[in-house]
Design a protein around this ligand. Structure first.
Ligand code: ZN
Length: 694
């Protein structure tokens, strides 16, 4: 499970002063679209904000302490870095069957100068290519809607005409003209593959989604196929996690992603680098985990994936860690298929102390929670929260990145142990790139604005810590009831995220945090409440296109929680809806009562999960989390647009460059590129291991 930044400019408001110049420069740039901010003039400063286009912004992060690492650790990181990037192609292909064709076409165009470079139309095509790189494909990374280039179709064909045929991903039997006719509608026709992931329960979810996880299969066939595998042993692997399910000649079968299977040519490279990494592992446990991961990639057996995770959660002492595999299932409308991702990281020892304190008191939090006694864990185990600094991210974790990770996902493995991390340097980069303008616009008065601006930074960190460390870890399922994914189906993710958020929210106003020394005063909790309510009811709506419903699980969760407590607290005026100067505000009048409401909703969502109460879960999300008040939505979009803030952020990755002597690595340097397009083209050249259609 993952935690994402709520919205640009809202989380992490502690803007350090030496970044404000860069920030202003970046805001200026937003008016000019895609011009890079020149970093060379600020040699002492790290430039967090690079460029902006459409609703996206490109940031950078740095890796504190990298230079001080031992050669062995740097070498290990380098090997894991290579393993991460070697899987990049898989993400594109998973997101849509023809994404690699389109990406390779764009790479062919942008790798060579053409006489059209200077035209406006070419600038529009450039923005399209950047959006595609940002989303690992042709669908918006967040809304899942297909986006179309703003340039003219004929212009695109004209540009293609100048590209050397040998650089284009022609399909078997195609000549160049046929290729142009084949690829153009894939890019320009909005009716072809309109949605990456459909969550519209009125349609066949599989057939209305463009992800490349199923072919020729209906929702019911896929669901039945995997239901038949389940033997209810209590230790079921995640069936279907690493395969494409296809139907050919009336027969259903899986194309497994493994060495010798689908995606073999990329997976072989991943395995090669993981094998290198295992030779320089920090300790036996880390080595055992890497060896188990290699085995999984070779056998493709989902049981081996559980075995790998069991080994991975045991490795808690290592400084360096890696997530590499088919991990999150958000992109499969049925929640079986794992998207490839990798996050390579170093432990942040200082910040880990804060999380460790919360983790050490997990039992106290469980005992004092508002959930029903029969749903409490007698013994909360396996919480190993820590803060890490990312070194490189790829696949589903890049360019957009989570700020918190909680793995593994398989419930029974989690019960033995799990790892929960915050990505410290990513959160820090967001903090530097944040803008106070959102607070100024959407919060009611100066006192609230002041408190949020000053205290939301730490409050957000604590929220994320508690969400991951004690939130997801809390509560238990009643005996004989299936996992939330089985019982609550397409509502499981939103409800589970809501549950974890509510644990955090409930304790953010508890003086226990002050006693533990992790929070100076309850003012931080108040800032967190103001922020959660304003974000859930107002600010996050800026991410939704006019007339659309909310579909993404985290957004549905935040809307559900905020809307529910607003409604239930109405009679006591706990949260007041105000309308002044044509602007709507939601103002918290009573933080203590709001806390009680959070506690009540936590108890209810835990009950829904513990009992697998699909009907209640569906009703909760559909009533509070999906539909948007159209009048308010229009107002919010209008107000947000005037701020000129990009709602989504993605990152340029650091690059690791080894120094070699006699075939041996003698040092590894880290560099921080400033050109997004350049990095995408470099990746395309150096890590293209898959055919254009798989
Ligand atoms: Zn979560």
């Amino acid at each position: 499970m993952k935690n994402y930044l709520k919205i640009a400019g809202v989380a992490m408001l502690l803007v350090s002063c030496n970044s404000s110049d860069n920030e202003l420069a970046a805001l200026e740039q937003t008016k000019k679209d895609t011009v890079s901010v020149d970093s060379s003039q600020h040699l002492d400063d790290f430039n967090y904000v690079v460029e902006r286009f459409e609703d996206l912004r490109i940031l950078r992060y740095n890796v504190p302490g990298f230079e001080q690492l031992s050669l062995r650790d740097k070498t290990l990181l380098y090997y894991l870095y290579q393993a991460a990037l070697c899987g990049r192609d898989i993400s594109y292909d998973q997101n849509y069957k023809y994404n690699l064709v389109i990406r390779k076409t764009m790479e062919a165009i942008f790798s060579n100068q053409t006489h059209d470079d200077a035209s406006d139309e070419f600038a529009k095509l450039t923005v399209y290519a950047k959006r595609m790189w940002f989303s690992n494909g042709i669908h918006h990374h967040y809304s899942h809607d297909k986006f179309i280039p703003a340039c003219d179709q004929e212009f695109f064909k004209h540009v293609l005409g100048h590209v050397d045929e040998k650089n284009l991903p022609l399909q078997p039997g195609q000549n160049k003209q046929q290729f142009v006719e084949f690829v153009t509608p894939l890019i320009f026709d909005s009716t072809i593959a309109p949605k990456r992931v459909s969550l519209d329960s009125k349609k066949d979810l599989v057939k209305s989604s463009s992800v490349n996880f199923y072919e020729g299969v209906s929702e019911k066939e896929a669901t039945d196929f995997y239901k038949a595998m389940n033997k209810s042993t209590g230790k079921e692997p995640m069936y279907g996690l690493n395969s494409k399910l296809v139907k050919e000649n009336g027969k259903l079968f899986e194309k497994v992603w493994k060495v010798g299977g689908m995606y073999s040519s990329a997976i072989e490279k991943i395995v090669y680098w993981l094998e290198q990494a295992s030779t320089v592992a920090e300790n036996d446990k880390q080595k055992a985990a890497l060896v188990a991961l290699i085995k999984f990639y070779k056998t493709g057996d989902v049981v081996d994936f559980d075995n790998y995770n069991l080994a991975w959660v045991m490795d808690t002492a290592s400084l360096i860690d890696v997530v590499n595999g088919f991990i999150e299932v958000y992109h499969d409308p049925l929640g079986f298929k794992g998207s490839f991702e990798s996050v390579v990281s170093i432990k942040d020892l200082e910040a880990t102390k804060r999380i460790a304190t919360i983790g050490a008191n997990a039992q106290w939090f469980e005992d004092n929670s508002t959930i029903l006694p029969e749903h409490k864990k007698k013994k909360v185990t396996g919480i190993s929260g820590k803060v890490i600094n990312a070194v490189v991210e790829s696949g589903d974790a890049a360019p957009t990145t989570p700020i918190g990770i909680n793995l593994p996902n398989n419930e029974w493995v989690r019960e033995t142990s799990s790892k929960s991390v915050n990505l410290g340097n990513i959160v820090n980069a967001y903090g530097h790139a944040a803008s106070g303008t959102v607070v100024n616009e959407f919060y009611y008065n100066d006192q609230i604005k002041q408190n949020v601006s000053t205290n939301a930074g730490l409050a957000d960190k604590l929220h994320t810590d508690m969400h991951e460390v004690i939130g997801h870890a809390s509560g238990k399922i009643e005996e004989g009831v299936g996992t939330p994914h089985e019982t609550l189906k397409n509502y499981a993710s939103a409800l589970e995220e809501g549950r974890a958020d509510l644990v955090a929210l409930y304790y953010l106003m508890d003086k226990k945090l002050v006693e533990l020394g992790v929070m100076p005063s309850l003012d931080y909790g108040k800032a967190a409440y103001d922020e959660y309510i304003t974000n859930g009811l107002i600010v996050q709506l800026a991410r939704i296109k006019p007339g659309k419903d909310i579909e993404e699980a985290h957004m549905r969760n935040r809307k559900t929680v905020a809307e529910w407590v607003y409604e239930k607290g109405k009679k006591d005026n706990v949260i007041e809806r105000k309308f002044e100067n044509e602007k709507t505000y939601f103002v918290v009048n009573n933080y203590e009562k709001l806390r009680v409401l959070f506690g009540a909703l936590l108890r209810e969502i835990q009950r829904i999960e513990s009992k697998g109460d699909y009907k209640a879960g569906k009703a909760l999300i559909e009533t509070y989390g999906v539909k948007i008040d159209q009048k308010l939505h229009t107002e919010v979009l209008d107000r947000y647009k005037k701020l000129n803030v990009a709602p989504y952020n993605g990152f340029i990755q650091p690059e690791l460059v080894p120094a070699m002597q006699d075939g041996k690595i003698t040092d590894v340097k880290i560099i921080y590129p400033t050109d997004f397009k350049r990095q995408m083209l470099d990746y395309g050249r150096n890590y293209a291991f898959l055919p254009s259609v798989n």
